[in-house]
Design a binder for this molecule. Structure first.
Ligand code: PAF
Length: 300
């Protein structure tokens, strides 16, 4: 595995790999867990070569958010990626990605202000900007993102469509701990007690999944169920629990055409998110005899 630190070196290394085959990109902010590694493995299965970026992007953190506290584990991450057979690791400095005087940003209007974009103003502007830069540097055939960041996926899909990026955006399922907790680099910042409390997020979604399996299609009822579970957990402060369209992120009245059930909450100082996709046909499909537990991939 080659590690590249500058935009110019990364561009040259990617150009040379693309001459011999397809290139997959996995953009990350590091502190890699099995969720990230599932993206890397998928990229390796679908491409001739794989590039991973590790860059804690300052522009997607608002002042007062956890930019400084975001976990950084570069040596461990490098070893994990080496073991996966990754070809290129790109770890640029902030100055490389944002040259002095940089004032150009990518804004996905509307979508960028919904869900996490509403709670974290400017967050998706930072995400879209840095991902557009990575796409320009790497020119990947495919780029891999996790479904856990469902709003990010919607924003980036719109950006790829609108800015005509010639690549395929591949979205991979949420990877969960045995408790159901969605894997996240931010889980590293949770104490043991907070980790237990964090189970409230997947718990709320499991409750909603049960209701959907029992035939509930009303967004209001699903929202109330999620809200009541999240707000009854000590030490968990609700940010949002919404039932929205997976592409527009706008609220829907029911799940008949498919819906994204999305939750966000602070557990101590750590903000966590999770979600569940309800497929359009759920209401019509014969109901399974029992709910599989624990949920591997929440998808009903
Ligand atoms: O999902 C993330 O880790 C980040 O938002 C991303 C896509 C790497 C952009 O900084």
């Amino acid at each position: 595995m080659k590690t590249l630190f500058t935009v110019r070196d990364m561009q040259a290394a990617c150009r040379s790999l693309r001459q011999t085959g397809s290139l997959g990109l996995v953009p990350t902010m590091g502190a890699l867990h099995d969720g990230h590694l599932s993206l890397v493995r998928r990229a390796a299965a679908e491409n001739d070569a794989v590039a991973v970026s590790i860059f804690v992007n300052p522009t997607q953190f608002a002042p007062g958010e956890d930019y400084d506290a975001y976990p950084r584990r570069l040596a461990e991450d490098g070893a994990k990626l080496e073991a996966e057979g990754v070809d290129l690791l790109f770890t640029p400095s902030v100055e490389e990605m944002y040259p002095s005087g940089a004032t150009t940003f990518v804004e996905v209007a509307g979508l960028g202000d919904r869900l996490d974009g509403a709670s974290r103003p400017g967050h998706f502007r930072g995400v879209a900007t840095v991902v557009a830069k990575l796409f320009h540097i790497v020119h990947p055939d495919r780029a891999y993102f996790g479904q856990k960041d469902a709003a990010q996926v919607a924003v980036l899909r719109a950006m790829v469509r609108d800015l005509l990026f010639p690549l395929q955006l591949v979205v991979c399922p949420i990877v969960r701990e045995p408790s159901g907790l969605a894997m996240s680099s931010r889980n590293l910042n949770l104490s043991a007690a907070e980790r237990d409390r964090a189970g409230a997020l997947s718990g709320a979604l499991q409750t909603a999944a049960r209701l959907v399996r029992d035939g509930e299609t009303g967004a209001a009822a699903l929202r109330v169920a999620m809200l009541s579970q999240l707000s009854s957990e000590d030490g968990v402060r609700l940010d949002y629990a919404e039932v929205v369209h997976p592409e527009t992120l706008l609220p829907v009245a029911d799940t008949l055409q498919g819906a994204l059930l999305a939750v966000a909450a602070w557990v101590g100082q750590t903000r966590l998110i999770d979600n569940l996709l309800v497929e359009a046909s759920s209401a019509e499909r014969p109901q399974p005899a029992s709910l599989p537990e624990p949920i591997e991939e929440m998808h009903v």
